[in-house]
Design a protein around this ligand. Structure first.
Ligand code: KG4
Ligand code: ZN
Length: 357
């Protein structure tokens, strides 16, 4: 039974986790950096410095929480990209140092692969599955064919879905990160039907061929709606109604794009069809409900990891590392870090000793 330490430092969460081969999470500690609050967004240099300051203590905390020492760790995995490169380097160098000193394998994990495989840490989901990956930096529909093998059906032409949530929250003065704040506000909307009439917002790409996304038009429309409000502080009722209308538009976009992807996926006749949602925005309850209804309509299983494993964490990196370790897909100590690293550029290693081999 293998035990693996995972490290995540690609944005503003410093995280360490320990998982076992049979999918137990022995520790999962996440430190959301507060150093950026005054700047209204993540400052890359500050993030890298903060990762450096916190990572050692976080790894110690994870080991202590799991009641283990480094002697019990069989391999170490770290995010090697995509992300803010200073932070990624901190995590990668830490993992390399541990691997070198302990003489254990190291695994360079693609952060998006971490999100994509998380579901298999908590549920028994077989390949191939259809994945909607929605985070602060990405918005994609993918067929997850195998570890390391991804087929992209559609992606965003401009912003990511999470960015659009964050921007909406900023315009309404709801703070950062915006997703949870917008969701909470939308839930407080007293008259949802009236909100859609009073603050109608566009749902770009709906009805268009293909599975691509676009959010810039929606973002602009939210700004224009907010600009048209009476001068002075935004009334909570108005903010709640706009959040509802915004979330409704996002729901329409996601459902339309995902339905098209479902048709392409089902044409491949997968043995156990499943729709999976992952990434920070997958924590959104309204989105989960819309996707669940869609999956039901097509007789597909719908699976979403618990919200805590949807937003950035190291358990997802540790698990992607484990999926690779058990397939013999380890890396060398000179692996490179990459600020940009699309999932489709992952080179599947030759499969060793698995039923897929
Ligand atoms: O996956 P993640 O933690 O980081 C990236 O890899 O980007 O995603 C962060 C994004 C942020 O934009 C945040 O606002 C959004 O996920 N988010 C949500 C919710 N919780 C987090 N968006 C909508 N509803 C939520 N409940
Ligand atoms: Zn992420």
């Amino acid at each position: 039974m293998k035990t693996l330490l995972g490290i995540e430092t690609s944005c503003d969460e410093t995280a360490a986790a320990i998982v076992t081969e049979d999918g137990r999470i022995l520790a999962n500690v996440v430190l959301s950096q507060q150093e950026h609050a005054a700047f209204g967004g993540v400052v890359p240099e500050i993030a890298a410095r903060a990762h450096l300051n916190h990572i050692d203590a976080l790894i110690k905390e994870a080991l202590a929480g799991a009641k283990l020492t480094l002697d019990d760790i069989d391999a170490v995995a770290a995010t090697a990209g995509p992300g803010l490169i200073g932070g990624v380097m901190v995590g990668a160098m830490t993992a390399k140092a541990i691997a070198a000193v302990r003489g254990i394998p190291v695994i360079a994990v693609n952060h998006l692969e971490g999100h994509a495989l998380t579901v298999r840490l908590v549920e028994d989901v077989a390949f191939p599955y259809l994945l909607l990956l929605v985070s602060g930096g990405h918005c994609q529909l993918l067929i997850v064919e195998e570890v390391g093998r991804y087929h992209c059906l559609g992606t965003t032409r401009d912003d990511a879905a999470g960015e659009c949530f964050d921007k909406t929250a900023k315009l309404l003065g709801l703070g950062y990160p915006g997703g949870p704040a917008v969701e909470k506000m939308a839930r407080a909307c007293k008259d949802p039907a009236a909100a859609l009439e009073k603050y109608p917002l566009p749902a770009p790409m709906v009805g268009k061929p293909g599975c691509d996304f676009s959010f810039s038009g929606l973002k602009t429309a939210v700004r224009q709606t907010v600009d048209a409000l009476p001068a002075g502080a935004i009334a909570p009722d108005a903010a709640a109604a706009i959040c509802h209308s915004f979330q409704h538009a996002v729901g329409l976009i996601m459902a339309d794009r995902t339905e098209r992807a479902i048709k392409q996926y089902l044409a491949l006749k997968p043995p156990s069809p499943a729709l999976v949602v992952a990434g920070g925005v997958a924590a959104n309850t309204a989105l989960r409900q819309a996707l669940e209804a869609l999956a039901k309509q097509y007789n597909m299983r719908f699976v979403a990891p618990p919200p805590k494993l949807c937003t950035d964490n190291a358990a997802m990196i540790a698990w992607a590392g484990m999926e690779r370790l058990v397939r013999g897909m380890t890396d060398t100590l000179d692996f490179a870090v990459r600020p940009r690293w699309p999932l489709e550029e992952l080179k599947p290693h030759p499969l060793k000793g698995t039923s897929h081999g």
